[in-house]
Design a protein around this ligand. Structure first.
Ligand SMILES: [Zn+2]
Length: 366
């Protein structure tokens, strides 16, 4: 069957809206048996059915006219354990897929070249964990590629990434989550589609900056090579983020005798958390295991392990909104949302979150 509407999008629509087959049946007025048959292509997917399911799931009708392929979770950097629920993984993967489809569509509409060549890439041996010196060299090269000075704080991590043409986008599927959840996601090995960096919005400014630098590390370090294990990949990205935010040229100021208060002062100047600075000092062997432990104990006694002092302001991405505005402008310099929805196949609800206009959810869903 090669109709106008693609039945494999029904499951995607349900996943994006967090609805079961039964709920979709109730909301759409179709029987559950019929939805099941439509999903399996046992029945032709007619316009009336597409309209009913679009209405039930909150998708535009054009959502079912788009095609694309599912993103295997193994290709996403989203950190997970054996306890991470399937539902959570499916929701993140589905949102990444829809976002990625819209970014490709916007870039094609606007005739924008693929920006991935602007970032350096790592070519060290496959299956080997990178030594710190190599990671620091890559972090320095990345700062240079993004137009960030070799020394000093990165003023705005988000804008720096977006200057290369890679949208940084808040994902609603990553918000309102337990503490164990991953806070960033990207797809470094993907050569077919345009890159993006997805992040969880409901965390502090310093954590969010670190997460974005971490995902940038995945893009730089893991687009053409991989260390042996997933854990090694995470370690490399963590070290990259530390080196990107607090580069080797400046890291000499981290010393064994430095008191916790100085870490706190450094945090306000550099926009990097105290705990990340302690890790940076530890990876550089500026402090030993005992000193690291003692600093952590001091932090925990002050309650700083749960909530650190010194607020770092949030960074707002702008690129995705600019792309929408350029592709679907309205008469007042804003976005023609209905046109954007119809052309991209993504609901206004998602588009406005990705564009940074709406916040994910003001209230917890019932
Ligand atoms: Zn990671």
């Amino acid at each position: 069957m090669n109709g106008r509407f693609h039945p494999e999008r029904i499951v995607l629509a349900r996943t994006l809206s967090g609805m079961t087959q039964k709920q979709t049946a109730e909301e759409s007025g179709l029987s559950q048996a019929k939805i099941s048959k439509l999903e399996k292509s046992f029945l032709p997917f007619a316009e009336n059915d597409a309209l009913a399911i679009a209405f039930a799931t909150g998708m535009p009708l054009s959502f079912f006219e788009h095609t694309g392929s599912a993103i295997p979770m193994s290709e996403l950097t989203y950190r997970r354990t054996s306890k991470t629920p399937m539902r959570e993984l499916a929701a993140v993967s589905a949102e990444c897929r829809l976002l990625s489809e819209t970014i490709d569509g916007l870039a094609t509409t606007l005739g924008i070249a693929n920006p991935r060549g602007k970032l350096p890439y790592e070519t060290y041996y496959q299956g080997v964990t990178l030594p710190l010196e190599e990671i620091e060299a890559m972090a320095d090269a990345t700062r240079a590629a993004l137009g960030v000075a070799p020394s000093g704080p990165v003023r705005n991590v988000t804008r720096s990434i977006e200057r290369t043409g890679i949208p940084v986008v808040r994902l609603s599927s990553m918000d309102h989550s337990g503490s164990g959840r991953s806070e960033g996601v990207c797809r470094p090995g993907d050569k077919e589609h345009r890159w993006f960096v997805g992040y969880r919005g409901d965390v502090s400014g310093d954590r969010s900056r670190f997460t974005k630098a971490h995902e940038l590390g995945h893009l730089v370090l893991h687009s053409r090579r991989l260390p042996g294990t997933r854990a090694a990949m995470e370690k490399e990205a963590q070290e990259f983020a530390g080196a990107f935010l607090f580069p080797s040229l400046d890291a000499g100021m981290l010393s064994r005798s430095m008191p916790l208060r100085t870490y706190m002062n450094l945090k306000s100047g550099w926009g990097i958390s105290i705990s990340a600075l302690i890790e940076r000092a530890w990876t550089r062997k500026a402090i030993d295991a005992d000193r690291r432990k003692s600093l952590k104990i001091q932090m925990s006694m002050r309650g700083w392990s749960k909530q650190e002092p010194v607020a770092v302001g949030p960074e707002k991405p702008i690129l995705y909104r600019q792309l929408l505005q350029a592709a679907y402008p309205d008469a007042h310099g804003g976005v023609d949302w209905l046109k954007a929805e119809d052309s991209t196949g993504a609901p206004v609800y998602s588009l406005s979150i990705w564009a940074g206009i709406a916040s994910a959810q003001v209230a917890e869903p019932a």
